[in-house]
Design a protein. Structure first.
Length: 283
C-alpha cells in the first residue's frame, strides 16, 4: 500500500497538470478568437468610416483592401457630395488595413505631419500620393524602412535637402514627383541613389544646371519632366548622357532651340517636348 502512494500521487499531479494545461489552451484559444473578432470589428468599422468619407476603395483577390483614394473638397463637389475637408483624424481608419498598397489624399490640405503617423502600420505601402497637402519632410519619417515604396507624389510639398537625403533610402522607387520645395542642388545629389527610378518630375525648384549633373547616374530613367526651373544649355550634356530616356519635357526653362536640337541628336529614341519660354521668376 505504501508503494502505491507515490504512484497515486504522481497520477494525481499528472491529471492536475493536464487540466491546467487544457485550461491555459482554452484561455489562449478564447483570447485568439477575441482578438480575431476585435480585428474584424475594427476592419468593418474602418471600412464603414472610409466609405462615409466617399473615398474610392479597391480590394485585392483575397478580399483585403488594396487601395484607398480620399477625395479633396473640389472632387467631392464634382461628384455631387457635400464638401468636407479630410482631417488628420480621418486617416486613423486606414490603420485597420496593414495590407494597403496604394493611398492617396492628394489635395486635402488639412492633412499635416500630425496625420502621417497613422501611416506607420502600412508596411506594405507601395504608392503614396500626398501632393498639395500641408505635410513636410518630417512627416515622411514614418515611412522609414519601407522597402516596397515605388511611387511617391510630393508636388507642392515643402522639402529640404535633408528630406531628399532621407528619401534616398527608398531604393525601390520608380516614380517620383517634386515641386515648389526649397531643396537645393545638394539635395538633388541624394536622388542619385535611386537607381530604380524610371520617371522623375521636377517643377518650380531653386536648382540649377549643377543639380542636373546629379541625375546622370539614374540609368533606369525613362521619363524626365523639367518645368519652371532656370536651367540653361549647360544641362544639355547631362541630359544627353541619360541614354535610357524615352521622354524629356522641358517647359519654361532657359534651354535654347539649339540645345534641344543637340539633345535630339544625342538621344534619337527620346521624344523631346520643348516649350520656349523662361521660368516666371527669371522674366
Amino acid at each position: 500500500m505504501r508503494r502505491l502512494a507515490p504512484m497515486i500521487l504522481g497520477i494525481s499531479i499528472f491529471a492536475i497538470s493536464a487540466i491546467v494545461l487544457r485550461s491555459h489552451l482554452h484561455e489562449r484559444e478564447s483570447a485568439s478568437r477575441i482578438a480575431v473578432a476585435d480585428s474584424t470589428l475594427k476592419r468593418e468599422e474602418g471600412l464603414k468610416a472610409i466609405h462615409s468619407l466617399h473615398a474610392i476603395v479597391r480590394f485585392d483577390d483575397q478580399g483585403g483592401i488594396e487601395e484607398v483614394w480620399f477625395q479633396d473638397p473640389v472632387a467631392l463637389s464634382d461628384m455631387g457630395h457635400e464638401t468636407r475637408e479630410l482631417t488628420n483624424d480621418d486617416l486613423k481608419w486606414v490603420t485597420a488595413f496593414p495590407e494597403l498598397k496604394r493611398l492617396s489624399f492628394a489635395g486635402c490640405d488639412e492633412i499635416t505631419d500630425a496625420g502621417m503617423h497613422y501611416l506607420e502600420p502600412l508596411s506594405q505601402l507601395e504608392e503614396l500620393d500626398a501632393c498639395y497637402t500641408s505635410i513636410t519632410g518630417d512627416g515622411l519619417t514614418v515611412l522609414a524602412g519601407n522597402d516596397r515604396l515605388r511611387h511617391l507624389n510630393l508636388v507642392d510639398i515643402r522639402l529640404l535637402d535633408r528630406d531628399l537625403e532621407f528619401m534616398s533610402q527608398f531604393k525601390s522607387l520608380t516614380r517620383l514627383s517634386l515641386s515648389h520645395a526649397t531643396f537645393t542642388d545638394d539635395g538633388l545629389a541624394s536622388l542619385g541613389a535611386l537607381r530604380s527610378l524610371e520617371s522623375l518630375y521636377l517643377g518650380d525648384l531653386p536648382v540649377s544646371d549643377v543639380g542636373m549633373a546629379h541625375l546622370v547616374d539614374l540609368h533606369s530613367l525613362q521619363r524626365l519632366q523639367i518645368d519652371e526651373i532656370p536651367i540653361t544649355d549647360e544641362s544639355v550634356r547631362h541630359f544627353s548622357r541619360l541614354t535610357g530616356l524615352r521622354y524629356l519635357q522641358l517647359r519654361n526653362t532657359m534651354v535654347s532651340a539649339d540645345g534641344v536640337s543637340s539633345i535630339r541628336r544625342a538621344l534619337p529614341e527620346c521624344v523631346v517636348d520643348w516649350s520656349p519660354g523662361e521660368p516666371s521668376d527669371a522674366q
